[in-house]
Design a protein around this ligand. Sequence first.
Ligand SMILES: Cc1cc2nc3c(=O)[nH]c(=O)nc-3n(C[C@H](O)[C@H](O)[C@H](O)COP(=O)(O)OP(=O)(O)OC[C@H]3O[C@@H](n4cnc5c(N)ncnc54)[C@H](O)[C@@H]3O)c2cc1C
Length: 528
Amino acid sequence: MWIRGLGHLAGSRMFITQASGTGEDMNRFTRRGLLSGMAAAGTGALIAPGAPRAIAGSTPVAGRSETQVVVVGAGLAGLTAARELVAAGCEVLVVEARDRVGGRTVNQAVTAPGADPGTIVEVGGQWVGPTQDRVLGLIQQLGLETFKTYDAGDYADYHNGKLTRYGHVFPADPLNLGLNRIPPSDPVGAAEAAAAIQELDRMAQQVPLDAPWTADDARTLDGQTFEDWMNHHLAQPGAKSLISLVINAVLSVEPRDVSLLHVLFYIASAGGLDRLVRTSDGAQESRIVGGSQRISLEMARELGPRVLLNAPVTRIEQDPAGVSVHGDNFSVRAKRCVVTAPPALAARIRYTPPLPGTRDQLTQRIPMGSVIKVQCVYPTPFWRAAGLAGQATSDTGLVRTTFDNSPPDANVGVLLGFIEGEQGRQADQMSATQRRRDVIECFTRYFGEQAADPLEYIEKNWLEEEWTRGGYGGVFTPGTWLDLGEALRAPVGHIHWAGTETATIWNGYMDGAIRSGERVAKQVTNSL
Ligand SMILES: Cc1cc2nc3c(=O)[nH]c(=O)nc-3n(C[C@H](O)[C@H](O)[C@H](O)COP(=O)(O)OP(=O)(O)OC[C@H]3O[C@@H](n4cnc5c(N)ncnc54)[C@H](O)[C@@H]3O)c2cc1C
């Protein structure tokens, strides 16, 4: 492996990340880490704070002048790919733009007075659930544990200015669907929404996960937005409002933003729409003790100095013998490169020679959703005592879905809300003070006056995150799967593509990211 461009920084010091604790408390200066980082880089150079730095620990890739595979991005996809490649005997270097690992998963310390030290909340991805076998398997392998999301008591729905409490399963349940989280505030609308969910599930089963563009009628399905489909198939305003909320909650976009074919693919990829929205027995079922970022922190600890932080990749050059991956002050030469940044971010890297037109056009058409995740910390989860689960849906305000996000021992109570799609875009333009006020108003509307005075307000605006620029993930616009879908996973020369957006199962989720890392590692080892 050769890495150049670091030598001129000799004489400076380097921050070393310890692979434990929260995102905030991980930075330390250590000489041992510094030396192992240097060995990993193979340069003998010292690295300045703010410049690329390696994670301490584990076995350095000492004395090598070349690496085989450079992985761009130390999120779940990149770290999984690196781990698999190392297990297959490859030399790997992961280059990460941020000063931390985890990408769209990140823990934040709760600092509210009275909170136990070490209490964290996740400000990015957090839940895991049934059939997410790869993430569940990895959690177990890394010695981590899960706990169930609090899901006892009634849900609440705020509709047309009125608050309704209801049991988990739609009480009338006219189609005997056992659907969870369809509020009965407008029974006629709810019945139509339940039927629509059943119909969407049926349509989704026809979509081949590895090639959605080959679905019967793909041209028609990808030729319309999800809103077009709603306008043709839903008569009840209540049904439209509920199904729109489902799209907001599941994809963080508006129905007008996304292709119908993509919604069907996404449903199929998760094994059903009800599974996507459910808490118990669904995608929101469990959380990871200590926070979801621990998965990445543990993998990074194993990889040790093979992970280089503060290393944004700006340019990837290919020639017949391999690739050169460049940042502002580093370059890495390798045989193969794996890019795990979401498509919209991968498009910001300059490729020489330029990527094929279809690959670039694909990345122009997969924008990130719009999400701001907000959390209020209280002395206790007071809603539990009132027989509420902390889960609300709403047709108004910035926050339209909420959850109980208290730590496993409930040493404080945490209400979590999502500001999604159009609300996310509006909230991004508000002042922080206005946003906070509007969020707390929403929580108070749904859970009463006790919600009005939180001990701490935590907010993560993913639109503002330089190395993600939105969330939960990239969303396919009409026509993209049909004309450009084949370019999603096809390597371009020595460059391979991973990341949750490339997953066939649990696309958009942590599980999908891990699956994509496993898939690309096999693809790369087979090509070497
Ligand atoms: C608010 C929110 C809530 C979510 N909730 C859930 C949930 O509950 N459950 C669930 O399963 N999923 C959830 N998700 C989705 C989940 O977090 C993602 O699917 C998953 O983390 C994606 O992993 P990844 O490795 O594919 O991408 P990322 O995590 O985005 O990793 C890509 C990495 O590439 C780096 N990078 C980008 N550009 C460059 C560059 N030029 N040079 C170097 N590095 C670069 C980035 O910094 C990043 O670390 C949520 C996401 C968000 C934002």
